[in-house]
Design a protein around this ligand. Structure first.
Ligand SMILES: C[S@@+](CC[C@H](N)C(=O)[O-])C[C@H]1O[C@@H](n2cnc3c(N)ncnc32)[C@H](O)[C@@H]1O
Length: 288
């Protein structure tokens, strides 16, 4: 395996920036189905694409997506998820915002190829300054991206503003847990965690555990908050999947990193949550 020096240099510089656009421009375009999430591993024999589809489905079901919903998809990646919501939930109107121009261009190309221009509309836009008026969406969905936002709490307030009364915010998100074990473990995990946060462009303000997460949602005005820890369905199988794909001799560094990541996830430092919160008011479709 040979990684060009320029890529290593760019990856190193990511440690000193706070701009997800740089990260995603460096990561480029994935092969196969273009997802950028960790997947939901319902069964251990799934492949990555199936697991990613499953996570998208989980978010759609949690949001109780219906044909008549007007949906905002925040951080839409390569646009793959909205296509599934159209095909499997019959959504007829999805708007999306994203800060990465590469993702906007590729997603627009995908919906043109699928002939979905009338159903899905993407534009550049920041989750913490959503370029839409108040009370205009039935659902706001943020699939594995709110940890990037500066800050996640500001995004919750923005999501609340643009939702109609009775509307739902659904997130799939990576948060903080508590590190188990004695102090050498604690120090090691904190250091590795710090480097991971720098590399993955996660602002320090977003080091929230599940109770803070709920508190931020409440403070934004949401009620009927449900936040479930699904780490077991996300991290473990994903790492095993990559380990089974990598070649022991060629990918020594990758295997080392994957094993470190597995230990890191098992330590409880990172948690994966699926959450739903409601803007008080009659559910869309139930208004007088
Ligand atoms: C981990 S990817 C997830 C993409 C997609 N949801 C998926 O599951 O494949 C995070 C996405 O969030 C976008 N993003 C990061 N910061 C953002 C912000 N402040 N506002 C809107 N989108 C943002 C990135 O450009 C990227 O597309």
């Amino acid at each position: 395996m040979s990684v060009p020096l320029s890529t290593i240099r760019s990856a190193f510089f990511l440690l000193f920036t706070q701009d997800p656009r740089r990260l995603y421009t460096l990561l480029g375009i994935p092969e196969g189905k273009r997802y950028l999430n960790l997947g939901y591993w319902e069964r251990s024999d799934m492949n990555l694409e199936e697991a990613c589809d499953e996570l998208v489905r989980k978010v759609g079901s949690l949001a109780r997506l219906r044909a008549e919903d007007i949906v905002l998809d925040v951080g839409f990646g390569f646009g793959q998820q909205a296509v599934l919501w159209v095909e499997e939930f019959a959504c007829r109107k999805i708007f999306g915002i994203n800060v990465t121009p590469l993702h906007l261009n590729e997603s627009n190309a995908l919906i043109r190829r699928r002939g979905l221009q009338e159903v899905i509309r993407y534009q550049l836009g920041d989750a913490v300054a959503i370029p839409f008026r108040a009370n205009c969406f039935d659902k706001v969905l943020a699939l594995e991206c709110a940890f990037h936002f500066k800050t996640r709490e500001k995004f919750f307030r923005e999501a609340y503003r643009v939702l109609k009364p009775g509307g739902l915010l659904v997130t799939a998100d990576i948060i903080r847990g508590k590190v188990r074990g004695r102090w050498p473990n604690q120090v090691g995990h904190r250091l590795f965690g710090f480097l991971q946060e720098r590399f993955w462009q996660i602002p320090a303000e977003n080091r929230n555990d599940i109770s803070q997460y709920r508190r931020y949602l409440e403070r934004a005005g949401f009620s009927e908050i449900m936040a479930t820890d699904v780490s077991d369905k996300v991290f473990g199988s994903l790492v095993s999947y990559y380990l089974s794909k990598s070649q022991p001799h060629e990918d020594l560094l990758i295997r080392l990193l994957l094993n470190m990541t597995r230990g890191f996830c098992r330590s409880g430092y990172l948690r994966y949550t699926l959450s739903r919160a409601s803007k008080p008011g009659p559910a869309p479709g139930e208004e007088q």
